[in-house]
Design a protein. Structure first.
Length: 424
């Protein structure tokens, strides 16, 4: 079994979907499990639809639904010249649900409504891709991860029930290969025991591929991207980036944890547990080698990697009574942050203060200040950069912090991190 994951960019239009078919043809003799994301920027569009529903903005809601419908209809019309294909009715059914949703009562849980609607992006993309693959002669069948991956009720960031998921995959997924060589299913999506749709967190389709590979004992997972493999830096910020030919599971986890965007952080662990190799390859040049992630750590130190996270805000918290920051304070701070869904990118404490950095665009600064104002004095610095260097040397450090004021520096044997502000 080979598990392939195609992201939004790889199915963004009819030409891209045709390319997916060509890539899958290269592996025609293998059993393939294909995980597909929503097309292009559909997830963003559906997020706007959810917000319009929540705000009861009827005109905006209807406009956004029709705009999203027209995007998918254009792709359908380019892929299928006749309208008798069943996929047209299946897509219409999804949009009829959305059109009617605005006239129906909704729950008081925004995250629940988010998952029921945003998950439809993956349903639409897989319906269209699967129909096209069958039209092109692939022995393909569509599978619904809303009936395969069981999760808890933590909507928008659900946790997998591995035992039940394994049972469902054994019962409902594996038998499909008796009549098919290729199964198309959705990334990002799960379901509760009651049958409500959940999602695994933004960009969770990589994680889906890891879950399915683990439960099917797959030979390997390949994530198809618009880059030649894992690079040592984001080409948006760095010239002359270097492809990492081979790295370990441990190194990939470290890079993902620090913010490398190529792989979802949760993807690696299930693959490492069963020693399933992960490939990152280019859908533009599918014959190229790409990057392989496996158990050996022999190559990890050869090339330094750079991770930039922009728009960071640093909060510094000091007890109003000037007492020491001790375990009791830290427990109180972490509990408050956890309950508010705030994820820390970097933290540091001294005798009298605790500091932490978070993504500025994911929080409301005033609300964070309000969380701690009763017990603590809180100060903040906004518009900072968080720079992480794996396998650093003095030269790379000097280059990275040139023309920057460093507010926090943290260094271990393998990793150095700076929270800094650019000097104007």
């Amino acid at each position: 079994m080979l598990v392939f994951k195609f992201g939004g960019a790889s199915v963004k239009n009819a030409e891209a979907i045709q390319n997916v078919s060509k890539i899958l043809s290269l592996y025609a003799t293998e059993k393939r499990l294909v995980v597909i994301s929503a097309m292009g920027k559909t997830t963003n569009a559906l997020e706007e639809i959810v917000q319009a529903l929540w705000d009861k903005n009827v005109s905006t809601y209807k406009y956004l639904v029709e705009e999203t419908y027209n995007f998918h209809l254009k792709i359908l019309n380019q892929l299928f010249k006749e309208h008798h294909y069943a996929v047209h009715q299946e897509v219409e059914s999804v949009f009829d649900f959305l059109r009617n949703k605005i006239d129906q009562p909704i729950s008081d849980n925004f995250d629940f409504e988010y998952d029921q609607i945003v998950s439809l992006g993956e349903i639409l993309s897989t319906l269209i891709v699967d129909a096209y693959l069958r039209e092109e002669g692939h022995l393909s069948v569509w599978a619904d991860t809303r009936k395969l991956i069981r999760t808890d009720r933590q909507y928008r960031d659900s946790n997998v029930d591995w035992t039940k998921t394994q049972e469902l995959i054994n019962e409902r997924l594996l038998p499909l290969y008796k009549s098919a060589k290729l199964v198309v299913t959705q990334g990002f999506i799960g379901h509760t025991s009651e049958g409500f749709t959940t999602t695994l967190g933004r960009e969770g389709s990589d994680y889906t591929a890891g879950i399915l590979a683990y439960c099917t004992d797959a030979k390997s997972v390949t994530i198809w991207k618009d880059v030649p493999g894992m690079l040592n830096a984001d080409p948006k910020w760095f010239e002359n980036t270097i492809k990492l030919e081979q790295i370990s599971f441990k190194e990939a986890i470290e890079l993902a944890y620090y913010g490398a965007s190529v792989i979802h952080p949760k993807t690696i662990k299930p693959l490492q547990n069963k020693q399933i190799s992960l490939y990152v390859k280019s859908f533009i040049d599918p014959s190229a080698a790409g990057t392989v992630i496996q158990s050996s750590m022999d190559y990890d130190h050869l090339i330094p990697s750079f991770i930039f996270k922009l728009e960071q805000v640093l909060f510094s918290i000091t007890p109003k009574d000037f007492s020491f920051i001790v375990e009791e304070n830290l427990s109180d701070i972490f509990e408050t942050l956890s309950k508010s869904g705030i994820k820390i990118n970097l933290m540091q404490n001294s005798a009298l203060s605790f500091s932490f950095a978070v993504d500025q665009n994911k929080i409301n600064i005033d609300k964070v200040l309000d969380l701690f104002k009763d017990k603590y004095e809180v100060k903040f610095n906004a518009n900072l950069e968080l720079i992480t260097i794996r396998h650093y040397d003095d030269e790379t450090i000097t280059k990275m912090i040139h023309n920057k004021t460093v507010l926090i520096e943290q260094k271990t044997r393998q990793t150095v991190r700076f929270l800094a502000r650019k000097i104007d």
